[in-house]
Design a binder for this molecule. Structure first.
Ligand code: AKG
Ligand code: FE2
Length: 292
C-alpha cells in the first residue's frame, strides 16, 4: 500500500517527538539504496574500525553511486510529509547543488555489541555548548530534526517519548545525575553475549524508554532533543540512512553553535542543566564527604 500521511503522524511527532512514515520508500529505490549502502559498510569499517557505527557524510566517497540517495532525498512523498508535519520552512534533499549534505548510513558492528550513552543531542554530546540556549529552542519544531530510514529491519534506536520539549524528569535525573552521562560498564573480558546483555540492561534501564521498530523502507522522523540511544549487535544487520532535516533557523545554529568559553577562548566542559534540582543535590550528598 502506498504511504499515506494522516493526522496521527502530525500528533505523534509533536506529542512524542517522533513519528514513522511506514513503507515510504518504493521497492525499486529500496533495492538500489541497499546495493549502494551495503558497499559503504566496508568503507566505514576500513576508516573507523570493525565496529564503527556509521559512514557520514556519504558524498565524500567516489566509490559510491549517489544516484539512489539523491532520488531518496528528493522523493515528493517524503518532502511533502516533512513539510506538512514539521513546517513549510524546513528543507530536505538537494538545495542548489548536487551534494547531499550530511546524509550518512548507520551500520551494525562486525564483532562486538555496544551501545551509545543515553543522550539528548547537542546537550549531552557537545562539550561547552550553552545548554540554556539549547533549552530555549526546544519548542521550535524547525530545530533539531533528524531521520533514520531503515533499509533493513532496525530495532537499534530507543527513545523516551515526549522528552523532546521538556527538562529532565526526577526519575531521569536520578538515573543519570552526572555529566558526561555514564555509558554501560562492559568489562573488556566480557563475552559477546555478556556485552550484549549489559548493553540491553543499560538501554532498558531508562525510565519511560521505548524501542523503535522500523521495517525496510520505514522513515523515522525525530527531534534529536529527545532522550535516545542506539544499541547494536553484530547479528542485527543494519543499513539505515541517517540525516539531518534543515531549516533556516537550524542552519544558523549549525554554522555557529553557541559555545561557552573561558577567558582564553577554550570551550568550557560539558554543562549539567540539573545542578539546582533536589534530585541532583540528593545524589551529590551520597558521594561527597559532608563538611563537619
Ligand atoms: O543509532 C541510532 O539510531 C542513534 C545514534 C545516535 O543517537 C547518535 O549517534 O547520536
Ligand atoms: Fe544521538
Amino acid at each position: 500500500m502506498p504511504f499515506e500521511l494522516t493526522d496521527a503522524h502530525h500528533d505523534e511527532y509533536h506529542r512524542n517527538g517522533f513519528t514513522i512514515f511506514r513503507g515510504i520508500v518504493p521497492l525499486k529505490l529500496l533495492i538500489e539504496l541497499r546495493r549502494e549502502a551495503d558497499k559503504g559498510r566496508a568503507i566505514a569499517r576500513a576508516r573507523g574500525g570493525e565496529n564503527t557505527q556509521r559512514l557520514q557524510p556519504l558524498r565524500n566517497h567516489q566509490e559510491l553511486d549517489m544516484t539512489p540517495f539523491k532520488e531518496f532525498a528528493n522523493l515528493p512523498a517524503i518532502n511533502d510529509a516533512l513539510k506538512a508535519v514539521v513546517s513549510p520552512n524546513i528543507f530536505y534533499g538537494l538545495k542548489d547543488d548536487d551534494r547531499l549534505g550530511a546524509l550518512g548510513v548507520l551500520y551494525e558492528p562486525a564483532t562486538r555489541p555496544w551501545c551509545t550513552q543515553w543522550h539528548r543531542d547537542w546537550r549531552d554530546n557537545a562539550p561547552g555548548l550553552d545548554i540554556k540556549l539549547w533549552q530555549d529552542r526546544l519548542l521550535d519544531p524547525e530545530m533539531f530534526n533528524q531521520v533514520n530510514c531503515a533499509l533493513y529491519e532496525d530495532t537499534c534506536t530507543w527513545v523516551v517519548p515526549g522528552s523532546h520539549i521538556r527538562r529532565d524528569t526526577s526519575a531521569e535525573i536520578r538515573r543519570f545525575p552526572e555529566r558526561p552521562i555514564a555509558g554501560p560498564a562492559v568489562p573488556e573480558s566480557a563475552s559477546v553475549e555478556e556485552a550484549e546483555l549489559i548493553c540491553l540492561g543499560y538501554t532498558a534501564s531508562m525510565p519511560g524508554a521505548v524501542q523503535a521498530h522500523l521495517n525496510p523502507g520505514d522513515f523515522m522522523l525525530y527531534r534529536n532533543s529527545l532522550w535516545h540511544i542506539g544499541n547494536y549487535a553484530p547479528y542485527k544487520r543494519r543499513a539505515t540512512i541517517h540525516d539531518v532535516i534543515g531549516s533556516p533557523a537550524f542552519s544558523q545554529w549549525f554554522q555557529k553553535p553557541p559555545m561557552l568559553r573561558d577567558k582564553d577562548g577554550k570551550p568550557l566542559p560539558m554543562q549539567n542543566a540539573n545542578l539546582e534540582t533536589a534530585e541532583y543535590k540528593a545524589w551529590e550528598k551520597t558521594r561527597k564527604p559532608q563538611p563537619a
